[in-house]
Ligand binder design. Structure first.
Ligand SMILES: Cc1ncc(COP(=O)(O)O)c(C=O)c1O
Length: 432
């Protein structure tokens, strides 16, 4: 090329959750069935979308209007529904114009960071969901700045670490939380949320709360949405239907702006997101038409309660099985459908192995040379058992060694078997 066409931030884009699939497919080609524990798609893992939800989709698909563009911000019926729900549930006062639809939160995330001033940084949790951390790093062409979620403290954020980083770095303009969190399943206690909002207020920052799992918080988790604690601090909540309905293939998510009137720069930024969406015309119409019908149906929340109770049971089972390993730190999930286990420092070496066939060894070998310690374990587990999980360090931009697995396996007996195989493999690996 006459001039370099690669964006300086291109190397910052990495999504290990899907990358590992390439290696898994090569293992599969050798005849080992793969147990996909890497991707958070309930439908791919066999969850059945209820017939009554499918009926709403069929009905909406038979309406002519569903085939047209929607207004750039989103269909009025969808935005009005969300506005009313938010105002009623969380005692805030937003209008429909404070809501903007996207083609899934993946689209919203890249638009959010892509339109942020290149110098303005958003500090996020470590471990980090890679779509946020990669997009934020790419927008600034610099490593993502993180605060620590502490595995020794049930994954609670280290607020001292957060404060120190904010004070040391005047470019930080916003704080990101993911609540409930991916990959840890942690739910921020209300008091912690309030403290974080107070830190934002003290330093004149805005908050971003990714709440794609907010309706999948477990009973007793104390889940609070940002809207209920935000007070007069500028904030953005991100929501979607990918995990809830679940309908990830709909590519439908939205952002809610809070307190646009409190800060001119925040208001201008919010308008720039709308302008950016306007250039794309709009987001997908059909799921927006379906949204208020499904969420407004009296069967919706009981349906979610059932699903959540099922995840909570599996989480408790996983803790029971994995906590027998002293070198592993694990906490029950409080929401969403992921759990993260962390290896104690120094427990992994670069000589540990599991028994694998020479053919499988040949598949993983090229990836082991510069692999992180947890990545090495994950590749050996994949090659020897077919279980595909995600290494914490590389997959979630973390300085911790560990792995994330999902609670999505719908057959509870099979789930127990998978987690037991992971436990047995860890024991063998650590002892090798
Ligand atoms: C925390 C979080 N945010 C956003 C997304 C993206 O969701 P969507 O399907 O709406 O793009 C995911 C998907 O796994 C997620 O875990």
């Amino acid at each position: 090329m006459r001039t370099d066409i690669v964006h300086p931030g291109a190397d910052k884009l990495r999504y290990e959750i899907r990358r590992i699939v390439e290696v898994a497919k090569s293992v599969q080609a050798l005849g080992t069935p793969i147990i996909w524990e890497n991707i958070g798609d309930p439908v791919a893992k066999g969850e059945q979308v209820p017939e009554w939800i499918k009926e709403y989709v069929k009905n909406a698909a038979s309406e002519n209007a569903s085939f047209g563009y929607s207004p750039t911000q989103g269909l009025d019926v969808a935005r009005d529904y969300i506005r009313d729900e938010r105002n009623l549930e969380d005692g805030i006062n937003i209008t429909s114009d404070d809501i903007l639809f996207f083609n899934g939160l993946g689209d919203a995330i890249s638009t959010l960071y892509g339109n942020l001033h290149p110098k303005a940084r958003v500090i996020g949790p470590n471990p980090a969901y890679p779509t946020h951390s990669s997009a934020e790093a790419a927008h600034a062409d610099s490593a993502h700045i993180t605060y620590k979620l502490d595995p020794a403290n049930g994954w609670k954020p280290d607020l001292e670490d957060l404060r120190t980083k904010i004070e040391a770095n005047p470019d930080i303009a916003g704080i990101l939380i993911i609540n409930p969190d991916n990959p840890t399943g942690f739910v921020y206690p209300e008091e912690t949320l309030r403290e974080m909002v107070a830190i934002a207020k003290e330093h004149n920052l805005f908050m971003i709360s990714d709440e794609i799992y907010s309706n999948l918080a477990y009973a007793g988790s104390g889940m609070k949405k940002l809207a209920s604690v935000i007070g007069d601090v500028p904030g953005i909540a991100m929501r979607g239907i990918s995990k809830e309905f679940p309908w990830p293939g709909a590519r439908c998510g939205w952002v809610e702006f809070y307190n646009r009137d409190k800060d001119d720069s925040f208001d201008r930024y919010a308008r720039s997101l709308l302008d950016s969406k306007m250039l794309e015309v709009c987001s997908t119409t059909l799921p927006q038409a379906v949204l208020p019908r499904v969420m407004g149906d009296s069967r919706y929340y009981p349906y979610l309660d059932d699903r959540v109770a099922n995840y909570a049971r599996k989480s408790a089972k996983a803790v029971e099985i994995l906590s027998s390993i002293p070198e592993l730190v694990i906490h029950p999930a409080q929401g969403a459908f992921y759990m993260t286990a962390v290896f104690a420092e120094g427990s992994l070496t670069d000589t540990q192995t599991l028994s694998v066939t020479p053919e499988a060894e040949a598949v993983i070998n090229p990836h082991l040379a510069d692999a992180r310690p947890d990545q090495r374990f994950v590749y050996y587990l994949l090659a020897s058992t077919g279980i595909c999980i995600v290494p914490l360090s590389l997959g979630f931009n973390s300085d911790l060694n560990g792995f994330r697995f999902t609670l999505l396996e719908s057959d509870e007996g099979k789930f127990e078997q998978i987690v037991s195989t992971i436990r047995d493999s860890i024991q063998t690996y650590l002892a090798s």
